[in-house]
Design a protein around this ligand. Structure first.
Ligand code: ADP
Length: 261
């Protein structure tokens, strides 16, 4: 009398196995679609400035302009588009290094307020040109965080740059405070805002709420993807809230450096 017991998976177990396989296939498919989409996006993004450059170079070459002002205007367009391409290529390069985990961050106890001051200094001119007011509320003696100063500056400049880019009038408020073992940064604008249904996607590569507006204002559509990667590589998190036509607020949260605990 042989008692053969076969371990037949229960219905539940089979169900969860099936689900795991489905999830995996879905992830793989999504990855493929993402890749395809990503490369389609890149070619489109690169082609656009190139076709502008080519078009205006031809116009200039054939002398198809009436005034000196027009000639200078066409040259400026070529210059702007060249700059956009350089930015796009730099951003792409940065992003691919980050996603492959091949980016070297020089992590050290860092004074966030000092880095913020440097970022504000460069962005202040753009704010003044647009007539935007800047208010800063920085708590005293903010503890150090573990970060790469230059990369942290890149994050802050990007968020401040977007605040300026997507705000027509009003103020940009920057707040830094700490609570328990966390340092928080708030960058708040009174700009065009982001519709709620778009919020989950704005950190994805090339996702823009309004493509033509972003383009017109010099955006590459990669800024927030880079920001999110960099923040997470520095052990932080980023969150956002927004109201259309009222404004957008980005929050950064970083753990206090061990050395400062
Ligand atoms: P872009 O180069 O287009 O600015 P980002 O990755 O920096 O790309 O941002 C993605 C999109 O998120 C933008 O195109 C814009 O639609 C939206 N966005 C980002 N920051 C803001 C902001 N402060 N106010 C309103 N919209 C914003």
């Amino acid at each position: 009398n042989l008692d053969i017991r076969v371990n037949i998976p229960s219905r539940d177990e089979l169900g969860s196995l099936g689900k795991a396989i489905n999830d995996l296939a879905f992830e793989t498919n999504r990855y493929r679609t993402n890749r395809k989409e990503f490369f389609a996006n890149i070619s489109h993004e690169l082609r656009t400035p190139i076709s502008y450059m080519k078009g205006y170079a031809q116009v200039l070459k054939q002398g198809l302009y009436k005034t000196e002002a027009e000639r200078v205007q066409y040259l400026s367009i070529i210059e702007d588009e060249t700059e956009r391409m350089v930015r796009l290529i730099d951003d792409l390069f940065d992003l691919s290094k980050m996603e492959e985990g091949k980016i070297d961050l020089h992590m050290a106890p860092t004074d966030l307020t000092e880095v913020l001051e440097a970022a504000l200094l460069t962005i202040k001119i753009d704010m003044q040109t647009k007539g935007l007011d800047l208010n800063t509320y920085i708590q005293k003696e903010i503890p150090y965080i573990e970060a790469d100063g230059l990369r942290l500056q890149q994050v802050l400049m990007n968020l401040l740059g977007n605040a300026v880019r997507y705000t027509e009038s009003g103020t940009i408020d920057v707040r830094v405070w700490y609570e328990k073992d966390w340092v928080h940064v708030e960058i708040k604008d009174t700009g065009i805002g982001i519709p709620e249904k778009e919020l989950p996607f704005i950190f994805e590569r090339f996702h823009r709420v309004d493509k033509s507006r972003s383009r017109e204002l010099g955006g590459t559509g990669l800024g927030l993807a880079i920001v999110k990667n960099l923040v997470e590589l520095q052990n932080g998190t980023i969150t956002v809230t927004s109201n259309v036509n009222k404004g957008t607020t980005f929050y950064l949260h970083f753990p206090v450096s061990e050395e400062d605990l």
